[in-house]
Structures are given as C-alpha cells and as structure tokens.
Design a protein around this ligand. Structure first.
Ligand code: UD1
Ligand code: CA
Length: 452
C-alpha cells in the first residue's frame, strides 16, 4: 500500500438537544475524556496530516478541547454534507484521502479506521468507503444498499426509505473515507431536496456511482461505532469503555479482583503485578508503578505511586500526591500535594497536605497538617525517620527535623530540631482520690432527690 496523505474531518456542529445540557454534546466525557477527544485520538494512529473539527456557532468552548485540530464553523448547520463542505476551507491545498467521523462516537478504535482506509486504497480505487454495521435494532439509521457484486450502490436515509428498503439491516455507521481528489466535484452536486431539507453526506454515494466510480462498505463492530445521543447512551458507552480499559489492564499484568467494580480513566497508567482490590476509583492522571497494592474503596486522582507501596483500604490520594516506594498509606488517610518518601508510614485517619514526609517517618493516627489559614496554603516538612505521635496538629509553615519525635496530642507551631522531642500540649495534673469523692457526692445528691 503506497503512502498517501490523510485528512480527518470530525462533524460536531449538532446541538445534541437530547442530552438536555448546557454543555455541547461532544464535550461530555467518557472515562474522563471528552467524546470528541476520543474520536480525534482514535484517528491519531493513522498519522493524519490535517484534522478539522466542524462546530456550530457559539461552540467556541469546544475549540480548546480539540486543539491542535483546526476549527471550521458551520453556520447555520444544514446537514452532514453541508458540514463537510464547511470543513473544505481548512483543507486548501490538501491532496489525499479524507476521513469523515462524527464527534459523538467515543468508542471508535484505530483498527476499524485502518480497515476502512485499506479498503479505500484497494485496487478498485473506490471514491467512497462507508462503515456499515448490523445493529440489534436498525431503528432510524440510514440503510446501505449493495449491488449483486457487493459494491455499495446507495445510502437511503430512513425517512426516505420505502418499506422494502427499511427491511435492510445493514446500516450506515456514519464514518466515511473519500478520495480527496473527487470529493469537491461530488460536494458541488449535493441538493437538499429531501425529507429533512438538508444536504446529506450520504448522497455522495449515489452521486459517485452516477459518475461511474466504485463505492464500498466495510463491516464495522457495532460497539466501535456506537453513537451517543442522550445520557442513557452516554452511560452505555462508559460501561463499554470501562470494560475495555479493565481488560487492557489485566492483559498488561494487573490483577483486578472484581474488575466490574474498578473505574479507570483513559490515561490511568498501571505497572505490572499491581493488585487492585474491589471498588477502587481512579480520577485523571494517575501513574502506578510495579508491585503496588491498592486496597478496597480507595479514590485516587493526580497521584503517582512508586513500586511496592500499599494504598488503602479507604485511602484518598488527591492531585500532587507522590508516594515513594514501599510507603504505606492506610485507612481514612487523605494526601494532597505532598511527597511521602520511601518506606514512610501514614496508616490511620490522617490529613497530609502541602507537605513532605521523609523516608521511614511514621505518622501516628489522627495527625493533621494544618496547611490552610483561610487565606494561604503553607508547607509542612517532616524529616526522615521522624515520629509523629497520634492526634497531633502540625501548624504550617513548620519543620520537624530528621529523627525528631512529636509527642501525641501536640499542637506544633514552631520548628522541632532534628532528634529533639516536640511536646505541645496542656500539662497533665493528677488529683488523688478525686474521682471517688466525686462519685460519692453525686450518688448522695441523687438519693436525696428520690426521697422528695
Ligand atoms: C447520520 C446519517 C445516517 C447514519 C447515522 C449514524 C446522514 C444524512 N445520515 O444520521 O445515514 O445512519 O448518522 O449515526 O449523514 N452534524 C453537523 N452538522 C450538521 C448536521 C450534523 O456537524 O449540519 C454532525 C452532528 O453533530 C453529528 C453528526 O454530524 O455529530 C451526525 O448528525 P446527525 O444529525 O446525528 O445524523 P443522523 O440523522 O443521526
Ligand atoms: Ca445521530
């Protein structure tokens, strides 16, 4: 197959009214990534020279999500064929194949796109290659009409189809590859004389046939080409993508004890021999090295976890949590913007924010870094091998030296030097016999009240 150039056009000018949202449809996320970004990323493997996203007026918000793709504005939207026409300005001087995708098909895979491209570049040199699929319910999809030799003759939109054509189960998924050299001539001939009064992209097929050019349909996987029109379908797409991400993780050497309860992001990066217990949720930008154990009910985002660390159960790692090798983060511990150095232990009921915890330090249950005074965030630095007694408050900015000990229950407001003891709590007083006297006094009072 000779090397040829490729341009990608993503159609996304539709309002997506069935989402009932103030957010443009294609910005709704699946596995934490905007749908239109999934579509562009699926095409990246094909190394396109140009990418253009067609948007409607007032959809500027989408532009930053699709960068560095170019933007074309279609105003007003007059159909899918009109949308491709709107994109042509951004493809001036381009020679090669043109791949047209819809912005609301987040499950596209590079594989399905590659097969279409191969068909376009086959010997018969088709002007148009369309992805077909056989959905369980063909509903209102356009129907693909093939001739006896299997060439694509025409796409008939559901609204225009007669009873016999509606029986056809092979449907138009909406993806197309076109020969860029023949495309402008076909676009010129489009008319809007149809049920919707729109310029249908699908009409390019019979126009190409009328010009004597071949057209083909390539069967695609029904899940790959699934479109999202409402929030029910959004949840379906999420479920499919989660299954793919879980499967890929397991194939790469991650143990998921109960895969269906673990939620991953497209960018979750998991090492080998990582074990993830049930009900763990990943937010964006998480990197986990080899041999890490993440125990049940942990929530992790924007964190980096080095090899051999154990996290949870019930841990919360927030952005900037940097957990070094063999560190332990235990139950009901929250870590934010803090590095926990090698072998350190933060095992119970603790908040560590804007801090460094040195290697092998031990943070007792209920320790709080008081990092925020209502105006500014301040840093807490805990040296290596330090021991922080339970239920201590470390009022930042503050520094605990290497090997220092903080007595349990302390409120630490000044630095504690290396190897020193920091003790910051009220002095204890004992009063001999007080408790016994107190009890007998109270009992006497009660008996008096009863007699009355
Ligand atoms: C289209 C196909 C139909 C196919 C179905 C698959 C046409 C005429 N019909 O129908 O054969 O079975 O997709 O899902 O193409 N868009 C624009 N500008 C417009 C109109 C649409 O950018 O003026 C975008 C939309 O944002 C959307 C995509 O094009 O991403 C498809 O448009 P939509 O109106 O959903 O097409 P269907 O009627 O579903
Ligand atoms: Ca649609």
């Amino acid at each position: 197959m000779a090397k040829r150039s490729l341009a990608v056009i993503v159609l996304a000018a539709g309002q997506g009214t069935r989402m009932r949202s103030s957010l443009p449809k294609v910005l709704h996320e699946v596995a934490g990534k905007a749908m239109v970004r999934h579509v562009l990323d699926a095409a990246v493997d094909l190394k396109p020279q140009r990418s253009v996203v067609v948007l409607g007026r007032g959809m500027e918000r989408v532009a930053s999500a699709v960068a560095p793709a170019a933007i074309a504005i279609q105003d007003p939207p007059q159909g899918t064929g009109d949308a491709v026409r709107a994109a042509m300005g951004a493809l001036k001087g381009f020679v090669g194949d043109v791949l047209v995708l819809y912005g609301d098909t987040p499950l596209l895979t590079p594989d399905s796109l590659k097969r279409m491209l191969a068909a376009r570049r086959a010997k018969s040199d088709p002007a148009v290659v369309v992805a077909g699929f056989t959905p369980a319910d063909p509903a209102a999809y356009g129907r693909l009409l093939l001739d006896k030799r299997g060439s694509l003759q025409r796409i008939v939109e559901f609204k225009e189809a007669n009873a016999e054509e509606r029986q056809v189960r092979f449907c138009n998924a909406g993806l197309m590859v076109l020969d860029g050299a023949r495309l402008p001539k076909l676009l010129k001939q489009l008319s809007n004389d149809n049920a919707k009064g729109e310029y249908y992209l699908t009409d390019l097929v019979h126009l190409a046939r009328a010009a004597g050019w071949d057209c083909r349909a390539v069967e695609a996987d029904a899940i790959d080409v699934m479109g999202v029109n409402n929030r029910v379908e959004l949840a379906e797409a999420e479920a499919h993508l989660q299954n793919r991400l879980r499967r890929a993780a397991m194939e790469n050497g991650v143990t998921l004890v109960a895969p269906e309860t673990v939620f991953l992001r497209s960018d979750t990066n998991l090492g080998r021999d990582v074990v993830i217990e049930p009900h763990v949720v990943f937010g964006p930008h998480v990197r986990v090295a080899d041999n890490v154990v993440i125990r049940a009910f942990s929530h992790i985002e924007g964190a980096s976890i080095a090899s051999g660390a154990t996290i949870g159960p019930y841990a919360r790692l927030r952005p900037g949590a940097d957990i070094a090798s063999d560190a332990h983060i235990g139950n009901f511990v929250e870590i934010k913007n803090a590095s926990i150095e090698a072998g350190a232990k933060v095992n119970h009921l603790t908040y560590i924010g804007d801090a460094r915890v040195g290697a092998k330090a031990n943070i007792g249950a209920g320790t709080i870094t008081c990092n925020y005074d209502g105006f500014n965030k301040s840093h807490t630095d805990i040296g290596k091998g330090a021991f922080i007694g339970s239920n201590s408050s470390l009022v930042a900015p503050v520094k605990i030296g290497d090997g220092a000990i903080v007595a349990a229950g302390s409120v630490i407001v000044r630095d504690v030097p290396a190897d020193a003891l920091g003790l910051g709590r009220g002095q204890q007083v004992e009063k001999p016999g007080f408790a016994a006297r107190f009890r007998s006094q109270k009992q006497k009072q009660k008996q008096k009240q009863k007699k009355k």
